[in-house]
Design a protein around this ligand. Structure first.
Ligand code: ADP
Length: 482
C-alpha cells in the first residue's frame, strides 16, 4: 500500500467516523507482521483484528505454542532451529523481512524492545516498500543517541537535564566535565536503554571506577561504549508525556504518566494522572512537547521522558515507539493507541484535535514479572493454573494460559494489570482487589510486592521520588511478611 497525501478519516452513511473494517476498506493495511512476542504481540493482534487487518506472528521454536502464535492469522518460525536466541530470531532483520515477503505483509509493527528502535532496520524495511509502523529512520536514529536527542530537544525548546552533551573519549575528559558540572553525577550510555550502563558517582574517588564500569556495560549491552554525564537528580520523579505526530507538522499529546516507582532504573508501576502534576502544568509541558514534535515533523507515537524536580522538567530521553505502560493512557482517554499508530502509518491525519481530548478518572498499571521478590530472581517454568482478574475497570494484558511454559530466554514480564477508577484512591482499591484475584500457580511473581506497596501510607500519599522504592524494598526485605 502506497502512502500519498494524508487521508481524512472515512465517514460512514451517518457521517460518523468509520471504525469498522468495511468502512476503512482498502485504505488500511491488508496484513501486518508483528515483530515481537508475548503480551505486546497479542495486544497489537487484538487491534488489528478489530480493524479487519490480517496478522502474521513470528516466533522461535521455543515459542511455537505461545499465545501470539495461536492468535495470529499466520505464523512464521524465524528462529534458528533449536535456538531460542533473540539475536538469531526476534532481532534478525533478515529473517523478519523474509517472513514479510513470504506472507505478503505490507507493514511491520515492532512493539517495544527488539527492533523497535533500530534505525537501520527501519530504513531497510521502508526501502523495500514495507511500511514500518513508527517514525522515519532519521528520527529513530536521533533519539537512539541520547546525546544527540538532548541537543535536538534543547534546540526545540524542551528543557534538558544539565550535563555534558558530547561523548567523552577519555578519563581526562570525564574528570574535567565532572569538575565543571559538580557531584553527584550519573554516567550514562549514549545508546542506553533498560537502565543499563548507568552509574552514580558521588565524587572524584569513585569517578574512574564508575566511568570504566559504565563503558564496559554499554559496550556489552549496546555494542557502543559512548558515555555522557548528567547531574544526578535523585529527588526527582519520572514523568513522561505521550505524543503523536502525523509526520506533516501536526501533533497532539495525551498528558503524562508517572513512572516514579522504579527499581534499578526500571519501571514497576505506572499511573496517570500523576499525583504531583496539576492541570496547568500538564497543559504547559504537553504543549511544549507537541510543539517540538510538530516542528520535527515526527510521525507516529512517541514518549518524551522527563525527571521532574522542584516544579521543573528536565528531558532525559525520547522513546520512538509504543511504551509498555501505554494502557494507562488508553484507560483514561478511552482511546486505542495502537489503532492511532496504524492509522497514522496508513497515511491518515490525527484522529483527534487537542481540545477534544478529555481524560477521565485515574489508571494504574502493575507490571507482573515472573520473578520472586524480594530478590527479583527470574522464575520461568510451567504455569499449571492461570486466572486473570476481571470486573469493571480491570484490564489484564497477558499471553499466559493454563499449561504454558514461561521460557527462560526472554524478558520476565508476563502480564500487565491495569485498573481504571474514578480517582486515585478508588484505583488503588481496585488494584488491590484485582491483585488478589490473579493466579499464576506455581510461578513466583511481583504480585506480593505490589500488595504490600499499595498498602504503604507513603505510596498512598503519592509523595515519593525515583529512589524511594529501592529504600522501601530494603525495609520490606527486613519484614517477615514474605
Ligand atoms: P533508560 O533508557 O536506560 O531507561 P533513562 O535515561 O530513561 O534510561 O533513565 C531511566 C531512569 O534512570 C530514570 O527514570 C531515572 O529514574 C534514572 N535517571 C536517569 N537519568 C537520571 C539523572 N540525571 N538523575 C537521576 N536519575 C536519573
Amino acid at each position: 500500500m502506497l502512502i500519498e497525501d494524508r487521508k481524512e478519516w472515512p465517514r460512514n452513511r451517518l457521517g460518523r467516523k468509520a471504525r469498522t473494517p468495511r468502512e476503512y476498506g482498502s485504505t488500511m493495511f491488508d496484513k501486518v507482521l508483528i515483530a515481537n512476542r508475548g503480551e505486546i504481540a497479542l495486544r497489537i493482534i487484538r487491534t488489528c483484528k478489530e480493524l479487519g487487518i490480517a496478522t502474521v506472528a513470528v516466533h522461535t521454536t521455543v515459542d511455537q505454542d505461545a499465545m501470539h502464535v495461536r492468535m495470529a492469522d499466520e505464523a512464521v518460525c524465524i528462529g534458528h532451529p533449536l535456538s531460542a536466541k533473540s539475536k538469531e530470531s526476534y532481532l534478525s532483520e533478515l529473517n523478519i523481512i523474509a517472513a514479510c515477503e513470504i506472507t505478503g505483509a505490507d507493514a511491520i509493527h515492532p512493539g517495544y524492545g527488539f527492533l523497535s528502535e533500530n534505525s537501520e532496520f527501519v530504513e531497510k524495511v521502508n526501502e523495500i516498500g514495507i511500511k514500518f509502523i513508527g517514525p522515519n529512520s532519521e528520527h529513530v536514529r536521533i533519539m537512539g543517541d541520547k546525546i544527540e536527542a538532548k541537543t535536538v530537544m534543547r534546540s526545540l525548546g524542551v528543557p534538558c537535564v544539565p550535563g555534558v552533551e558530547e561523548g567523552l573519549d577519555s578519563f581526562d575528559d570525564v574528570r574535567n566535565a565532572a569538575l565543571t558540572l559538580g557531584f553527584p553525577l550519573i554516567i550514562k550510555a549514549a545508546a542506553g536503554g533498560g537502565g543499563r550502563g548507568m552509574r552514580l558517582t558521588n565524587g572524584l574517588d569513585d569517578l574512574e571506577g564508575a566511568y570504566e564500569r559504565s563503558r564496559y556495560e554499554a559496550q556489552l549491552s549496546f555494542g557502543n561504549d559512548k558515555v555522557y554525564l548528567e547531574r544526578f537528580l535523585g529527588n526527582g520523579r519520572h514523568i513522561e508525556i505521550q505524543v503523536f505526530g502525523d509526520g506533516r507538522g501536526n501533533a497532539i499529546h495525551f498528558g503524562e504518566r508517572d513512572c516514579t516507582i522504579q527499581r534499578r532504573h526500571q519501571k514497576l508501576l505506572e499511573e496517570t494522572p500523576s499525583p504531583v502534576i496539576d492541570r496547568q502544568t500538564r497543559q504547559s509541558i504537553g504543549e511544549t512537547c507537541s510543539r517540538a514534535i510538530a516542528q520535527l515533523g515526527y510521525e507516529g507515537a512517541g514518549t518524551i521522558e522527563f525527571l521532574y524536580q522542584q516544579g521543573q522538567f528536565y528531558f532525559i530521553e525520547m522513546n520512538t515507539r509504543l511504551q509498555v505502560e501505554h494502557p494507562v493512557t488508553e484507560a483514561v482517554f478511552g482511546i486505542d493507541l495502537v489503532e492511532e499508530q496504524l492509522r497514522i502509518a496508513a497515511g491518515y491525519s490525527l484522529s483527534h484535535r487537542q481540545e477534544d481530548l478529555v481524560s477521565s478518572g485515574h489508571a494504574i498499571e502493575a507490571r507482573i514479572n515472573a520473578e520472586s521478590v524480594p530478590g527479583f530472581i527470574p522464575c520461568p517454568g510451567q504455569v499449571d493454573l492461570f486466572h486473570s482478574p476481571g470486573g469493571l475497570g480491570v484490564r489484564m494484558d497477558s499471553a499466559l494460559y493454563n499449561g504454558y511454559t514461561i521460557p527462560p530466554h526472554y524478558d520476565s514480564l508476563v502480564g500487565k494489570l491495569v485498573v481504571h477508577a474514578a480517582n486515585r484512591d478508588a484505583a488503588i482499591a481496585r488494584l488491590d482487589r484485582a491483585l488478589a484475584e490473579l493466579i499464576v500457580h506455581p510461578i513466583a511473581t511481583t504480585v506480593p510486592l505490589f500488595q504490600h506497596l499499595i498498602a504503604d501510607p507513603r505510596f498512598r500519599s503519592g509523595d515519593y521520588d525515583i529512589q524511594w522504592l529501592e529504600s522501601w524494598i530494603g525495609d520490606f526485605n527486613g519484614t517477615e511478611v514474605l
